[in-house]
Design a protein around this ligand. Structure first.
Ligand code: PLP
Ligand code: COI
Length: 341
């Protein structure tokens, strides 16, 4: 299969239309078989649930070309499961796990020419999503839904790739204590747009959100979970009911323990203790592990000893091990790698 003529190494994190996408419709209480289509547009009622009351959710995962020349993706079953949890919370119908994984596999296969080559630094981002497509005008769930999967080749989420970024402590909240922060609802991201535009305008790459109730505990950023490394080499990551259960973070916790012998603590992290950590990173599918060099707290700077030039040493080990597993340099734990072709 011939690859598309794309400057893989200079891709940013943007949308490039690829050839095919998967579409399945939910009507009269059941999902249809779904089709692969070249039509990249969506046609729905002007009064669709998604347009009026934001009834939409999504997932994000990546396909990689391994050292062995295979195309694989990473733990798609966990994305399927998280979308099921999300749909239940949003009164949306569940798209079954096996069908989700199959739709991901088929969509990647149909766009294999867009999967960036091994060693290019780019990957194929996969975006499964679902929305209420039938008309609703009283506030209620839609009766009909569409589930779709498209793909787009991407480079690093943050400009500069693996260079440490500067973030700021946000005064805005991302998620309410008993709200929707733990699911991947589009509305969480709509909530964060004002804050991210403001952060960018002030020269910061992301927002550090604190817990909405007390503003004393670290939650996450708009698109990634936090990991911290203590001065004595432990990995600490915030535990909260209002953050997204990142698949990358859950995988890193296991990689730290089982591959690197690093002690892991998942617990409440008070903002007051952040200044005492040695390293800080953002982890997620898009972010991979993006090192944080500096946190600006209303003008007061927390500068991590790892500095602004490169990743801290433990973050680097975690990064190399995780990407090593994804790219086929290292053996993966059972069930983590789904071979596509
Ligand atoms: N937190 C938020 C708010 C996100 O949008 C994402 C991205 O999916 C993550 C964390 C990281 O999750 P994952 O590692 O499953 O991609
Ligand atoms: C992902 O990492 O897949 C996400 O959905 C985060 C998003 C901000 C791009």
């Amino acid at each position: 299969m011939e690859k598309k003529d794309i400057d893989w190494s200079n891709l940013g994190f943007g949308y490039i239309k690829t050839d095919k996408r998967f579409v399945s419709n939910f009507k009269d209480g059941a999902w249809d078989d779904g089709i692969m289509t070249e039509d990249a547009t969506v046609s729905i009622s002007e009064c669709a649930g998604v347009l009026q009351y934001a009834q939409t959710c999504f997932e994000g995962l990546k396909a990689y070309t391994t050292k062995q020349g295979k195309i694989v993706c990473f733990r798609p079953d966990l994305n399927a499961q998280r979308m099921i949890d999300t749909c239940k919370r949003l009164e949306m119908p569940v798209f079954p796990e096996e069908r989700f994984v199959e739709a991901v596999v088929e969509t990647v296969k149909a766009n294999a020419a867009y999967v960036p080559p091994y060693g290019s630094g780019a990957t194929l981002y996969i975006r499964p999503y679902m929305f209420g497509s039938s008309a609703v005008i009283g506030v209620s769930p839609a009766e009909e839904y569409q589930f779709r999967v498209f793909t787009t080749p991407v480079g690093p989420y943050f400009k500069g790739g693996a260079k440490p970024i500067t973030i700021r402590v946000s005064d805005f909240d991302r998620a309410a204590p008993h709200g929707t922060g733990h699911i991947k609802a589009g509305l969480n991201y709509a909530m964060s747009l004002y804050a991210i535009v403001d952060a960018h305008n002030q020269g910061f790459a992301e927002n550090m959100y604190l817990d909405a109730a007390t503003h004393t505990k670290v939650e996450e950023t708009g698109g990634a979970n936090f990991i911290f490394i203590t001065k004595d080499g432990k990995l600490v990551t915030p535990k909260s009911n209002s953050i997204l259960p990142s698949i990358t973070r859950r995988s890193l916790m296991q990689v730290a323990k089982d591959y690197l012998g690093i002690e892991v603590e998942e617990r409440e992290v008070f903002f007051d203790e952040v200044k005492d950590f040695a390293e800080c990173g953002l982890c997620g599918t898009a972010a991979v592990i993006s090192p944080v060099g500096k946190i600006n707290d209303h003008g007061k700077e927390i500068c991590f000893p790892s500095g602004m030039d490169e990743m801290g040493p433990i973050t680097k080990k975690l990064y190399d091990t995780l990407t090593g597993i994804q790219m086929g340099h290292m053996d993966a734990p059972e069930g983590w790698i789904k071979e596509i072709m």
